[in-house]
Design a binder for this molecule. Sequence first.
Ligand SMILES: Nc1ncnc2c1ncn2[C@@H]1O[C@H](COP(=O)(O)OP(=O)(O)OP(=O)(O)O)[C@@H](O)[C@H]1O
Ligand SMILES: [Mg+2]
Length: 309
Amino acid sequence: MPDIVTLTVNPTIDKSTSVDSVASEVKMRCAMPTFDPGGGGLNVSRAIKKLGGTSTAIYTAGGGTGAMLTTLLQQEAINTLPIAIADRTRENLTVYEESTGLQYRFGMPGPNVTESEWQGCLDAVLAAEADYIVASGSLAPRMPQDFYMQLAERVKPTKSHLIVDTSNEALEACARAGVFLLKPNLRELEILSGQKFSSEDRLIEITQDLIKSGMTEVFVISMGASGALFITADEAVKMRPPVVPIRSKVGAGDSMVGGIVWALAEGHSLHDAVRYGIAAGSAAVMTRGTELCRKDDVFNIYDRIAIVD
Ligand SMILES: Nc1ncnc2c1ncn2[C@@H]1O[C@H](COP(=O)(O)OP(=O)(O)OP(=O)(O)O)[C@@H](O)[C@H]1O
Ligand SMILES: [Mg+2]
């Protein structure tokens, strides 16, 4: 029985390149591209790996790009459990413009994932009987918006702990069913609760009401450079990371979730797991491009996180 499985229903191959300047109508000569696996759950699995842990990544994969995605994950020694789909796995493109330092990010919508294919994802996740299940990222275009709710309903009667990191309708749906841990950022929490927060005290009050209504047992509300609020029915703790050099914010949220679930699977308390999560998120902003957190940075930052009263 694996400790952790991650689920990514709309993964991507992130293709990155650079060019002197982006211009229309001319053929732009780009640098040799690099290819990385992308999508919430896959990044969580990669962050766990960076921390020295293991997880099994369950994800949809189709066509040549799907096969390539599996190869890329295996090159990083991630345990893979691809769910075959008839359509092709998407590729996203990031172009760095050298003359300006600007980054252009082109995101594709993703393949058609049929009902039997997404049901196959749910079956595979449940069959794994993992201690922790992390569902993260967007849904593929025609998948039902309540997909994460269906997942939550099926996980509920089991011993698994479900952690979800997504936004908008997909987040609202799974919160309706009830999960173990949600990690919205402030904007996602405002949309979920339908409220703007006039103060941090008010935020805590509203969030604890949501917990009492059964949405989730734990909220980790991430707040960028300010760190995060860790909230349960009877506890609210704010933790702030030290100031770190910012190179690329890509993957901060996924590294945070990776840090939390890795620490929980290692047997750390919820409080310490959130602290590891914040450290992993901050470590991710210190690395360039799509690179996630480095283990040394995570441990270093972990020791320097302040508990704010
Ligand atoms: N500028 C920063 N400086 C230090 N740490 C940061 C910064 N931005 C993010 N982090 C760390 O990463 C964690 C998650 O970041 P954030 O709140 O931006 O999540 P997010 O909005 O879900 O990100 P993403 O866009 O990756 O989904 C924060 O709690 C913090 O620990
Ligand atoms: Mg996020």
